[in-house]
Design a protein around this ligand. Structure first.
Ligand SMILES: [Zn+2]
Length: 481
């Protein structure tokens, strides 16, 4: 049995989740559900990054303890996963003891020659939790946060990233670590070939507000939150606690990180180098998605009011939100999310396309006295979809499914089954209905990773004996347009 280990990044929890988080959860969930369906042994993990200094700052503003803040906000992310029907096997929080132990153990496994202490002074953005070079700032401010970095001077532990430059370039250019999409691969290779500097991987415990995981043997330093966060991919499968992790972090498992375009430096450069230094295998695939915008503006937790994904799910249901996030554009591109787009795709494709098909075929079944239908489809029968899902082109997969839906709706219009009904040619009608039910059953399978609830409902409808007219799957939304 193939083994696949799929992860999302773990978001900062200094605020509630936004629709961009929902996007990444849903993309990774499609993969996990798809591979399970094809018979693979899947492990799917998400979680929350809680040791960041931003949490300490956010808690301070609210007059509460950092732990209280992260407990509350982590729960919002867990709720979002549940509401979106995310099928994660694990939710790891980096303030958990099991994570702390794994991070400290990982540190001790790093090649000692890769670690050294150095006094350092640099421009630091607290939002990014990262140092910037003067040349990387835009008009003197952080390109992501628009805030002026502060000069930080302290003694830190460094990791000899520079000595991995050649090895990393080879891993990525050869496709041993496969980067999706190709344009990002070029970007990463350019970055590596531009020269890698050694990186600071600890912070002063004092400046971190006593928050974070201590460096083993040196309580004056905490481990840089980004290094700590990356290790969640190991701690969540038991690294540092038992040998269980070896069954998913080995060369025989396909290890896939689904990440956003702002964090490839950590995942495609720092992380593989750290893994090699610790004597561990590197990830196999890194899938880098684009960002959602709202009214052309970057969606940011720190900037005012944004669309709350939970409100959307309450209003339209999880599958309408999933469909909108997955069908509108390539996962690799940036695009503008809006409630209007969600409503339009809901009405046109879900209500009119799919919903209408199920409704008319089941009504015909009922009128033709159709008895029991044997639903035998599996995902492997559905041709043309596997390559596109495995190369993360979810919008193309949905297009293929919707072409089938449109085709069968047109076929019904053309073959006019109600004429057979009026002429009393029921056996002939029932034979024709079986053909259509077979296609619907295939569609049900192919939809399952994308719209799990809907797929299950169709399954229930097809298994009724006799088949009765189905309830409305997607009630049309009244719009102003
Ligand atoms: Zn920043």
């Amino acid at each position: 049995m193939n083994k696949v280990y799929i992860t999302t990044t773990i978001p900062y929890v200094n605020a509630k989740p936004h629709i961009g988080h929902a996007l990444e959860f849903v993309q990774a969930d499609v993969l996990a559900r798809y591979y399970r369906q094809t018979g693979s042994n899947v492990r799917f993990q998400t979680g929350t990054d809680e040791n960041a200094l931003t949490n300490v700052l956010a808690a301070r503003v609210q007059g509460i303890e950092p732990q209280e803040l992260v407990n509350r906000n982590s729960a919002f992310f867990q709720n979002l996963c549940e509401a979106l029907k995310i099928s994660n096997d694990e939710f790891i929080r980096t303030t958990e003891k099991r994570h702390e132990g794994a991070v400290q153990y990982f540190w001790t496994q790093l090649n000692p020659e890769d670690l050294f202490l150095k006094s350092y002074s640099g421009l630091y953005c607290t939002g990014c939790e990262d140092f910037y070079l003067e040349r990387d700032l835009v008009d003197g401010v952080c390109p992501d946060h628009g805030t002026k970095p502060v000069i930080v001077e302290e003694e830190n532990y460094f990791f000899r990233l520079s000595s991995y430059q050649q090895q990393l370039a080879e891993l990525i250019s050869s496709g041993k670590i496969r980067i999706y999409p190709e344009t990002r691969k070029e970007e990463i290779l350019n970055f590596i070939q531009g020269g890698l500097h050694d990186i600071s991987i600890s912070r002063s415990t004092k400046r971190s507000g006593n928050w974070g995981i201590r460096v083993p043997g040196d309580p004056s330093q905490v481990i840089y939150v980004w290094i700590d966060a990356l290790i969640n991919y190991l701690s969540g499968i038991g690294y540092g606690n038992s040998n269980r992790w070896k069954s998913f972090w080995n060369t025989g498992t396909k290890k896939v990180h689904v990440i956003g375009k702002n964090v490839w430096k950590f995942h495609a450069v720092y992380w593989p180098a750290l893994l090699i230094s610790a004597g561990l295998p590197v990830p196999d695939e890194i899938v880098i998605h684009g960002f959602l915008t709202e009214k052309g503006q970057k969606i940011s937790k720190s900037k005012g009011k944004t669309i709350d994904p939970i409100t959307l799910i309450d209003q339209y249901g999880p599958d309408a939100v999933r469909y909108s996030l997955l069908s509108n554009a390539s996962p690799f591109s940036d695009w503008d999310f809006s409630t209007e787009k969600l409503e339009a795709s809901h009405n046109n494709n879900l209500a009119n396309g799919l919903g209408n098909l199920i409704s008319r075929v089941t009504t015909l079944c009922h009128r033709a006295g159709y008895g029991r239908y044997e639903d035998r489809s599996t995902i492997s029968d559905f041709k043309g979809i596997h390559d596109v899902i495995q190369s993360y082109s979810y919008e193309k997969a949905l297009k293929i499914i919707w072409e089938k839906i449109t085709k069968i709706n047109q076929d019904i219009d053309r073959k006019k089954p109600w004429v057979l009904l009026n002429e009393g040619k029921l056996p002939e009608l029932r034979a024709r209905l079986t053909e259509w039910l077979n296609v619907i059953s295939g569609i049900r399978c192919a939809l399952s990773p994308f719209l799990p609830d809907t797929s299950e409902r169709i399954s229930g409808i097809l298994s009724q004996n006799p088949i009765i007219p189905a309830p409305v799957l997607f009630p049309k939304i009244k719009t102003d347009l």
